[in-house]
Design a protein around this ligand. Structure first.
Ligand code: ADQ
Length: 470
């Protein structure tokens, strides 16, 4: 690779041993080929009080952080990123909160960051920008005369055309994307929505090489489904267990849920579906428990506080109705757990409920599959609206809005014969391995390096039709 790889993301890892699949994958790629990672320091108070970049590590690659002040955090991060773009991309336009200062803060941070990046990049560097916090960053860099190749990866769903109308200036969105050379999306359904947006834009022209031309810019759009470090999860799950990770008093089967506490993850509906399962179960002595692990996130945003109260209410109600002296059907843990412990919990659960209403990919679904014992696997119940459903076709796919269907899927999963569990697990495991996080990094960087050829619409049509839902 000529030039350096320059990764830009909203947050930058600060520890010596970064954790989390995506962070580790980017860390590995940068360690191998060298380069720079630029992002906001996670602790504004601990960062130096100036507007420039500051180095927080230089080996095996350089990490440059910048500080977000309180107003920037409120307007750019909590405001425009998480109260406008996040709900728009997750089909919750009803939750969008439009404020002028959010929009101004978002543009100001992207413009400020562009100036900082422009000072450190060289023309033959590859700049790889991540996620919705930084949609306009390439356009800002181009305005400053940066000619280096710039790629983008969107971790969350590409918004539906109609929902883009809720943006303060919807016509800007296509222009922001066209300032990149390569736009990577999670799934074929995302790619189809992105093409639909460009198709409806009179300024856009589809070129014979598959790229899209808008003004003087040409951009390629392709799906790169993200994955996990399969081997790391599998070996963590296989570690010898001396005791039941759920505790000695856990009886019966466990159905597990693991999510950041977010309204897009469909957790209240899942609780209701588990309640429906408890009400209908033919064997009333069967003591199946739902263990939900949901660490808080973005608590400063009202919609996130409400969901916590809602979950406590539903769990309290169902536990009041169905608990026995020695059995609590719903255990709800409101904090993050160590990843090795998580791997063991996945392996010990008879089923995993992943029921988002919208999700770019959903790594929990892949982690659950990676952690199973192939000789006695559990069953993944997966929303067909999660990006992961495009690959994990042999999971028990459900409509995340349909409480009755999820309740039936729980019963089906718990009663599923071993042969069928093994067959579904083998198919899902093959899919999870095929999109291992190292494959994802390699594929994106290769496409990027080789001039970022676009996925032609004819390729998309001839392969397999993009699902109409999603
Ligand atoms: P998220 O919305 O955060 O990611 P997800 O893909 O499921 O969703 O990743 C969550 C990660 O956090 C998983 O690795 C999981 O193990 C971990 N996690 C969740 N709860 C935890 C807990 N209680 N304790 C410890 N770890 C926990 C965004 C997009 C997704 C996309 C990813 C990656 O919303 O759609 O798949 O980025 O691109």
């Amino acid at each position: 690779m000529s030039g350096r790889l320059v990764v830009v993301s909203n947050r930058i890892p600060t520890g010596e041993q970064p954790s989390g699949g995506l962070v580790v994958a980017l860390h590995d790629a940068l360690s191998e080929i060298g380069g720079v990672w630029i992002g906001a320091h996670p602790d504004g108070d601990a960062a130096p009080d100036h507007d420039g970049l500051f180095e927080i590590a230089d080996d095996p690659y350089t990490r440059l952080a910048f500080r977000l002040n309180e107003d920037e955090y409120d307007n750019y991060y909590l405001g425009f990123s998480n109260s406008v773009l996040w709900p728009i991309c997750h089909r919750r336009v009803d939750l969008v909160e439009l404020k002028r200062e959010y929009e101004e803060g978002y543009h100001a941070v992207n413009a400020r960051l562009a100036k900082l990046i422009a000072e450190v990049v060289e023309p033959d560097d590859l700049i790889w920008i991540h996620d919705y916090h930084l949609f306009p960053l390439a356009e800002e860099l181009r305005k400053l005369g940066v000619t280096a190749r710039i790629g983008f990866f969107l971790h969350i769903p590409f918004p539906a055309l109609g929902d883009l109308g809720a943006l303060p200036a919807p016509q800007d969105f296509a222009r922001w994307l066209a300032a990149f050379d390569l736009v990577g999306l999670q799934t074929r359904a995302d790619t189809a929505r992105c093409f639909e947006m460009f198709r409806s834009d009179p300024r856009a022209e589809f070129l014979p090489d598959g790229r899209i031309k808008l003004g003087e810019r040409r951009v390629a759009v392709r799906a790169f489904p993200i994955g996990i470090d399969v081997e790391a999860f599998r070996s963590a799950a296989e570690q010898e267990m001396t005791k039941n990770p759920f505790g000695p008093d856990m009886q019966g089967d466990v159905v597990l849920g693991v999510d950041r506490l977010d309204y897009s993850k469909g957790i209240p509906t899942r609780f209701h579906a588990f309640g429906r399962y408890l009400a209908k179960r033919p064997d009333k002595d069967r003591r199946t428990s739902l263990v939900q692990i949901a660490p808080p996130s973005r608590e400063e945003v009202a919609a996130y506080r409400q969901i916590q109260l809602e979950l406590e209410e539903i769990a309290g109600h169902l536990n009041g109705e169905y608990s026995e002296l020695d059995w609590t059907p719903i255990r709800y843990i409101h904090r993050a757990l160590d990843r090795d412990l998580l791997a063991q919990l996945y392996r010990r659960s008879r089923a995993c409920l992943v029921t988002p209403f919208a999700d770019g990919m959903n790594l929990v679904a892949k982690e659950y599959i990676a952690a199973q014992d192939p000789e006695d696997p559990g069953v993944l119940i997966l929303s067909r609206l999660a990006g992961a459903a495009e690959e994990l076709e042999e999971a028990l796919l459900v409509n995340p809005y349909d409480i009755e269907e999820i309740a039936e899927a729980i019963e089906t999963a718990l009663d599923m014969p071993l042969d069928e569990r093994k067959r579904r697990q083998a198919a899902c495991y093959a899919a999870v391995t095929a999109s291992d996080i190292s494959v994802w990094t390699r594929d994106f960087l290769r496409a990027f390096e080789s001039g970022a050829p676009g996925l032609k619409m004819s390729d998309l049509d001839s392969d397999r039709p993009a699902p109409a839902f999603g």
